[in-house]
Design a protein around this ligand. Structure first.
Ligand SMILES: *[C@@H]1O[C@H](CO)[C@@H](O)[C@H](O)[C@H]1NC(C)=O
Ligand SMILES: *[C@@H]1O[C@H](CO)[C@@H](O)[C@H](O)[C@H]1NC(C)=O
Ligand SMILES: *[C@@H]1O[C@H](CO)[C@@H](O)[C@H](O)[C@H]1NC(C)=O
Ligand SMILES: *[C@@H]1O[C@H](CO)[C@@H](O)[C@H](O)[C@H]1NC(C)=O
Ligand SMILES: *[C@@H]1O[C@H](CO)[C@@H](O)[C@H](O)[C@H]1NC(C)=O
Length: 456
C-alpha cells in the first residue's frame, strides 16, 4: 500500500470516529439511582440517534450479570440470554436500560458505553442502589411502665459506592424530630435505634422512622402503648372536683358523679355506696354514675373504685353526698323573711311614733309661742290704752321672760292640774291665762278681771 492510500484510509477512520462522536448527542445522561427490591428501574442513557452509525452498549458490574462486567445490550438489543426477561431497552428514549423485578444482586455499577470510543456516555458509570424493604417495628409497641426500650428500623442496601448512596434516617415523635436516635451503617445495611423509658406520658405516642437517599424515601411508624396502673381516681360533678368532699344535693333533683382516672389498659370502674350499716354495696360499673329523683335515703358515702390488669387491687376514692330537703330550706328562708319583716315593721312604727311626737311637740310649742306673742302685743296695747295699767309692769315683761315662764309652766303642768273644779281644768287648756297670772308675781290664780286675760 502506497503512502497516499494509507493516508486516505487513515483519514476515513478519523472521519468515521469524529462523525460518530459528533452524532452522539446525550439527552438524558446516566446518573446514580436508588430503587426498591421488586420494583422496576430505568437507567438513563438517552442519546439522539444520528444518521451516522453509532454503537451503544450497556455493561453491568453488579453481581448480576457479572461482578467483573457483562454486556447486557447492544444498541436496542438485549444480548444476555440468561436474564433476558429482566432487561429491556427503551424504544421511546433509546438507549435507556429498563431492569424489572429488582433484587439485591442488581445493585452495583453499570456502564452505558460508546463502543467507538470505549467511553462512558455522559462521563458517568452510574450506580444502582437496591434497597430492601424497610424493616419496621411492630405497628404497636407495647411496653410496661418505666421499662427501657429500644425501637429499631433497618434497611439493606446493595450497590452503594459511598456514603452519599446510603439511606439517611430520621425519627419523628408526635411531629417533632428526635435527636437521640443512633444510626449505624454496615457494609450493606443501616440500622437506626431509639432508646427511651416508657413513661405513661408516652402512651399513645406515634414514632415514625424514615429514610431518604438519592430522592427516594420510605418510612414506617409504631404506636407506643404503655401499660400502667390506674391513677387514684377523682370524682367530679359538672367538671368540679368533689373528691373526698361533703356535698349536698336537693331532694328530687338529679346528679351525675363522674369518676376520672387514667391507666392502660383502660381501667374498669365500680361505684359503691355505703349507708348507715357501714358496708359498701355495688351500684354500677360505669365511670359516670347517675342519680335521678334524689331521696333522703340517697344520703351517704359514694366510692369510685378503678382497676386494670396492671393493678388488680386498684385504687379508690369517695365523696359524701347529703340530700337536703329543699322545702325545709324554703320554709327556713320564709321564717327568716318573716322575722325580718316583723322586725322592720316594728322599727318603722317606732320611728313614725317618735317622729309624730316630735312634730306634735314642735307644732304645739310654735303655736304657744305665737299666742304668747299675740297676747303680749295685746297686753302692750291695753296697757297703753288703760290708765290703770302700770308702766313698771310693762317694763318687767320681755319676750324672753315670757318664754321662760311658758317652759316652766309647761313642766309644772301636772301639779298645776290638781284642781277639782271643771272650770279650773278648762282654764288649764288655755295656758296663757296662767302665764299672765303668774307674770303678776302675786298669785297663781287666774286673773279674769284684767283686759289682758281676755283672749280670743
Ligand atoms: C415509674 O417511675 C416514676 C419516677 O420516675 C415513679 O414515680 C413511679 O412510681 C414508677 N412506676 C412504677 C410502676 O414503677
Ligand atoms: C434493636 O437493636 C438493638 C441492638 O442495636 C437490640 O438490642 C434490640 O433488641 C433491638 N430491638 C428490637 C425491638 O428489635
Ligand atoms: C438484610 O440482610 C440480612 C442479611 O444480610 C438479612 O438477614 C435480612 O433479612 C435483610 N433484611 C431485609 C429487610 O431484607
Ligand atoms: C362529712 O359528713 C360526714 C357525715 O355528716 C362526717 O362524718 C364527715 O366528717 C364529713 N367530712 C368532712 C370532710 O366534712
Ligand atoms: C379502697 O382502697 C383501700 C386502700 O386504699 C382498700 O383497702 C380498699 O379495699 C378499697 N376498697 C374497695 C372497695 O376497692
Amino acid at each position: 500500500m502506497d503512502l497516499a492510500k494509507r493516508i486516505q484510509c487513515f483519514s476515513v477512520i478519523i472521519y468515521c470516529l469524529l462523525a460518530a462522536n459528533v452524532a452522539l448527542k446525550v439527552k438524558k445522561a446516566p446518573r446514580d439511582t436508588a430503587a426498591k427490591v421488586g420494583s422496576t428501574v430505568i437507567l438513563h442513557c438517552h442519546v439522539e440517534k444520528s444518521r451516522h452509525d453509532h454503537f451503544v452498549q450497556w455493561f453491568g458490574y453488579a453481581p448480576r450479570p457479572d461482578k467483573y462486567g457483562g454486556q447486557i445490550s447492544a444498541n436496542g438489543e438485549i444480548v444476555i440470554s440468561a436474564a433476558e426477561s429482566k432487561y429491556s431497552v427503551s424504544r421511546v428514549e433509546p438507549y435507556n436500560l429498563i431492569i424489572t423485578n429488582l433484587d439485591k444482586d442488581d445493585g452495583g455499577r453499570y456502564k452505558c458505553n460508546d463502543a467507538y470510543t470505549g467511553d462512558a456516555i455522559g462521563g458517568v458509570q452510574p450506580h444502582l442502589v437496591v434497597l430492601s424493604k424497610l424493616r419496621c417495628p411492630e405497628e404497636v409497641t407495647t411496653l410496661n411502665e418505666n421499662q427501657t426500650f429500644h425501637i429499631n428500623c433497618s434497611v439493606n442496601h446493595t450497590g452503594a459506592a459511598d456514603m452519599k448512596m446510603v439511606p439517611h434516617f430520621k425519627w419523628i415523635m408526635n411531629a417533632s424530630p428526635m435527636t437521640r436516635a443512633v444510626t449505624q451503617t454496615g457494609l450493606d445495611s443501616t440500622t437506626t435505634t431509639v432508646s427511651m423509658i416508657a413513661y405513661p406520658s408516652l402512651h399513645g405516642t406515634e414514632l415514625t422512622c424514615g429514610y431518604e437517599v438519592m430522592g427516594m424515601h420510605d418510612q414506617c411508624y409504631t404506636k407506643l402503648e404503655v401499660r400502667y396502673a390506674p391513677r387514684p381516681p377523682r370524682i367530679k360533678i359538672h367538671n368540679k372536683d368533689v373528691t373526698k368532699k361533703n356535698i349536698s344535693a336537693r331532694l328530687g333533683e338529679g346528679i351525675i358523679l363522674d369518676c376520672v382516672t387514667s391507666g392502660f389498659p383502660s381501667p374498669t370502674f365500680t361505684w359503691l355506696y355505703k349507708d348507715h350499716d357501714g358496708i359498701f354495696k355495688h351500684l354500677a360499673f360505669e365511670s359516670k354514675f347517675k342519680l335521678y329523683g334524689l331521696m333522703m335515703r340517697h344520703t351517704g358515702e359514694y366510692m369510685c373504685a378503678v382497676k386494670n390488669d396492671v393493678n388488680k387491687v386498684g385504687e379508690n376514692t369517695t365523696v359524701y353526698l347529703k340530700i337536703v330537703d329543699s322545702q325545709a330550706h324554703t320554709s327556713e328562708v320564709t321564717s327568716h323573711l318573716k322575722k325580718g319583716v316583723i322586725a322592720g315593721t316594728v322599727i318603722v312604727v317606732i320611728l313614725c311614733t317618735v317622729a309624730t311626737v316630735i312634730i306634735l311637740l314642735a307644732w304645739r310649742a310654735r303655736k304657744t309661742h305665737r299666742r304668747v306673742l299675740k297676747a303680749d302685743a295685746r297686753y302692750r296695747e291695753t296697757a297703753r290704752d288703760s290708765p290703770n295699767a302700770s308702766p313698771a309692769r310693762t317694763q318687767r315683761q320681755g319676750d324672753a321672760a315670757v318664754r321662760t315662764r311658758t317652759l316652766e309652766l309647761r313642766s309644772k303642768e301636772p301639779e298645776t292640774c290638781n284642781c277639782s273644779e271643771a272650770e279650773c281644768c278648762e282654764d288649764l287648756t288655755d295656758r296663757t291665762r296662767f302665764i299672765y297670772a303668774d307674770l303678776d308675781g302675786e298669785t297663781t290664780e287666774p286673773k279674769t278681771t284684767t283686759a289682758a286675760l281676755t283672749l280670743v
